[in-house]
Design a protein around this ligand. Structure first.
Ligand SMILES: [Zn+2]
Length: 409
């Protein structure tokens, strides 16, 4: 595995500038394309799983985080408050309080539960500048977040479904977790809530891991201040472990924000909040994807999916037509003209592109292309329309195998 910082520069995926500040990277066009594809993927799988998407602001009044508990338990990771007239606002350290207020914005019935609220939203962490670099330790984070408001009896099924979404996403993205962790509180520490609630939450999460049949280790001292969690761990190029995905059971914030629903008995009840993230932050997920794939992303994520290479200037019009057909089919296709070097040099330069279509004299005559797949596979020359349809089928299927969907047809 290569360091994502080096590859990120080399492949022009992201960058930074001291004038913007440490830990505040920007995403260049090719990196932004990958991120956009990831975001679309997340919204699609979440929509299918019954989540509703919202937007909420990245700022909130200091009082909001005093109520949630962040102000007293998490302040060293938060940016200092900004004075605004006679009140103070802070850059949010998490999305939970906003989502709790969205839940509270109307009366809720048990019939609406589980209510799954999702957002790809910004949050901020005041990391020390010494540990910053690349996309893994950043001060500005785009989180793939969701909160499920449900009854206690629904927690296990909701947490299990969230774990299934995480595992499916890892398959689609080619990510291998290094382990699952049941993160429990330390013997001593600053936690909120009753010991009985913590035990109940830990039991529920243990059941979820046991039912999924995954190996996991329990670790004291890794819980959130408001509850235990399941963490899915990944490793970077240097073998450093970090958490990418998480599922948390929280009895505390629903009580702090005085959340209710009307039960089938007509009485008021308190919901439980399940916090979950399928692939964590866009930044950390991108760093992991760059490293594990060496910049050769799965076809559905690749910045360029189809590079069209005319052998000489005579084939440029046919190649342009192939690019147009690719784009019309929804592919990210581009021309790599003879002016950019010999055919061999162009093939090498674009070796991370999943599909290359070479067009020479013979292909022009037959309105065909000679496909070269990144994995070395070379299907027989195909009509342009068939080649584009075959690539599209694999991209739409989010196939890890570059030509699998086509073979099945
Ligand atoms: Zn949360």
């Amino acid at each position: 595995m290569q360091d994502h910082r080096k590859l990120g520069r080399e492949l022009e995926l992201f960058g930074s500038d001291p004038l913007i500040g440490a830990g505040l990277p920007y995403w260049l066009p090719d990196g932004a394309v990958v991120r956009h594809a990831l975001e679309e993927y997340l919204r699609e799988v979440e929509r299918h799983a019954g989540y509703q998407h919202v937007y909420s602001p990245v700022l909130g009044k200091r009082e909001l985080y005093e109520i949630s508990g962040h102000w007293s338990h998490y302040r060293e990771h938060m940016f200092p408050p900004m004075n605004l007239g006679d009140e103070q606002v802070v850059l949010r350290p998490s999305l939970c309080p906003h989502h709790a207020l969205i839940y509270r914005s109307q009366a809720r019935s048990y019939r609406e539960l589980p209510l799954r609220i999702a957002e790809l939203g910004g949050m901020y962490r005041s990391e020390l500048s010494g540990v910053l670099g690349g996309l893994t330790r950043v001060r500005s984070i785009q989180l793939n977040d969701a909160h499920i408001f449900c009854t206690i009896d629904q927690v296990a099924a909701e947490a299990s479904a969230a774990l299934a979404l995480i595992r499916a996403a890892y398959r689609d993205l080619g990510i291998q977790p290094v382990g699952y962790r049941l993160s429990l509180p330390a013997q001593q520490g600053e936690y909120v809530g009753e010991p009985a609630m913590w035990r109940r939450a830990a039991e529920l999460l243990t059941g979820v891991l046991d039912d999924a049949g995954v190996d996991y280790r329990a670790e004291a001292g890794e819980a959130a201040f408001y509850g235990p969690k399941i963490d899915v761990q990944i490793a970077d190029h240097a073998g450093r472990e970090s958490t990418l995905s998480t599922i948390q059971v929280d009895f505390h914030q629903p009580a702090q924000f005085d959340l209710h629903y009307v039960g089938s008995d007509g009485a008021q009840h308190r919901p439980v909040m399940v916090h979950r993230s399928i692939i964590g932050s866009m930044e950390r997920a991108m760093a992991q994807l760059i490293e594990i794939h060496g910049g050769a992303f799965p076809a559905w994520l690749a910045p360029t999916q189809l590079a069209v290479l005319p052998v000489s200037d005579a084939e440029v019009p046919a190649a342009q037509d192939c690019v147009r057909q690719g784009i019309a089919a929804g592919l990210r296709a581009r021309l790599v003209a003879p002016s950019q070097g010999s055919l061999g040099a162009r093939i090498r330069a674009d070796r991370r592109v999943p599909y290359q279509a070479v067009i020479g004299e013979r292909e022009v005559a037959g309105r065909q292309v000679a496909l070269r797949l990144r994995n070395g596979h070379r299907p027989a020359a195909l009509p342009v329309t068939e080649a584009v349809a075959g690539i599209r089928a694999n991209v739409v299927a989010r196939s890890v195998d570059l030509w699998a969907a086509t073979d099945r047809e």
